[in-house]
Design a protein around this ligand. Structure first.
Ligand code: MG
Length: 401
């Protein structure tokens, strides 16, 4: 479907007092990003080209700028300088429409969307656009499942309207830009500033508005309970708890130091390996890959590739940590054991933990490092090399939801 002729107008000028906590709700942080950022992303994805304009309260400019800064460069390139909103939603929309209508290459259609609806799906948006192309004006509306009552000011029921002919309407509402702009000008000229959505403005001005099926998931975040619900949807709980193990060995060779957990330890020998032979870091890195069921160091950094020759092993560990983050998870614990007769690891334990904490971003109390000899038995007992075991515990979102 062609979408080149649509501009997006996001109404973000409200003060959102109902959601509490002082900050306007569109600027509250959910799952690491502000609500407005989530909403902008959803709309930029659903309508993958064309400009997006926000109407904001100028007092909130710094908060707005923070939302835009969290977008990708490609997303930011589509964002117009914001319009200054007014005292009511209707005035804010009108200010945005003026700005869009004045553009030298004004779009034919505009999708007007609430900043507090971060869950508008691509399908919903496209269905509304399709209807707007046919009818000139279209909005999503939900059929009602609850029985509806009309009450008087004392709370007594005065009527039971037929819910079959009622709809709970949502955004985005899509209009021909000239139509909705003219409707807002007319409403303003007649001092009607109490209209709570743009379909009301259009029908006030005499235009037909078509209603398509809304989406119950397209929640408008209004209350603290809505915010908590949205937080869960945007950042699923990390209930998939996994452990992984890693094991590594490197042989002693000529040299005057070894690397263990990113710390250089003086020794009469070095460790032989393709990279810096940091046996402990390799074991811990493989433990993380193991918990992810995501291969091992060798599959991500093939020894045949000369670019890893002599590499500092923190690049491997950083990569594994990044793979966890990409899956929306986090590492909760790393536990390493070094097996050798020499050098003594104990004196370096806290330096190693601090170095691993710096690389992984974990708290120090989530990193355990232990050392043991093998009682002079086996290859480690004969001082032919060092072995290391790693364990990683990670948490991921449930992947089957
Ligand atoms: Mg190794």
């Amino acid at each position: 479907m062609a979408i080149e002729d649509i501009a997006i107008l996001v109404v973000a000028a409200g003060r959102g007092a109902r959601a509490g906590a002082g900050l306007p709700k569109q600027y509250r942080v959910l799952a690491g990003q502000r609500l407005l950022t989530h909403t902008l992303r959803a709309m930029l994805r659903a309508i993958p080209s064309g400009p997006l304009l926000c109407a904001i309260n100028p007092d909130d400019r710094a908060l707005y700028d923070a939302c835009i800064a969290d977008l990708s460069a490609a997303e930011r390139a589509r964002i117009m300088p914001p319009a200054a909103g007014g005292a009511t939603r209707q005035q804010s929309v009108r200010a945005g429409l003026e700005q869009l209508a004045q553009q030298s290459q004004a779009k034919k259609y505009v999708a007007i969307h609430d900043a507090a609806r971060p869950f508008a799906s691509d399908l919903l948006v496209q269905n509304v656009i399709r209807a707007a192309r046919e009818f000139g004006a279209a909005i999503p509306g939900l059929t009602l499942t609850d029985t509806i009552k009309q009450v008087d000011t004392s709370g007594s029921i005065v009527a039971s309207p037929n819910r079959d002919v009622l709809r709970g309407v949502q955004t985005p509402q899509v209009f021909e830009l000239k139509l909705i702009h003219a409707a807002h000008v007319k409403a303003s000229a007649q001092s009607r500033d109490d209209l709570t959505d743009d379909a009301s403005v259009a029908t006030f001005a005499g235009y037909d508005v078509h209603v398509v099926d809304g989406d119950i998931a397209n929640l408008k975040i209004t209350t603290e309970a809505d915010l908590a619900n949205a937080q869960t949807r945007l950042a699923p709980p990390l209930t998939d708890i996994r452990m992984g193990q890693g094991y590594d060995v490197h042989a002693f060779g000529p040299g005057d130091h070894v690397w263990l957990g990113g710390v250089q330890i003086p020794h009469g020998f070095g460790l032989v390996g393709h990279s810096d032979a940091d046996v402990l870091m390799h074991a811990l890195t493989d433990a993380i890959y193991g918990a992810l069921a995501d291969g091992d160091i060798g599959s991500h950094f093939p020894p045949s590739d000369q670019q890893w020759k002599g590499a500092a092993s923190d690049i491997f560990l950083r990569h594994a940590v990044g793979r966890v983050a990409e899956r929306g998870g986090r590492i909760t614990h790393l536990d390493g054991t070094v097996v050798c007769e020499e050098p003594k690891v104990g004196p370096h334990r806290d330096a190693i933990r601090a170095r691993l904490a710096a690389i992984t971003g974990l708290d120090l109390d989530r990193i355990a490092i232990k050392a043991t000899t093998s009682e002079r038995l086996g290859f480690t007992g004969r001082k032919e090399g060092i072995a290391a075991f790693g364990l990683a515990t990670i948490r991921l979102p449930e992947s089957n939801t």
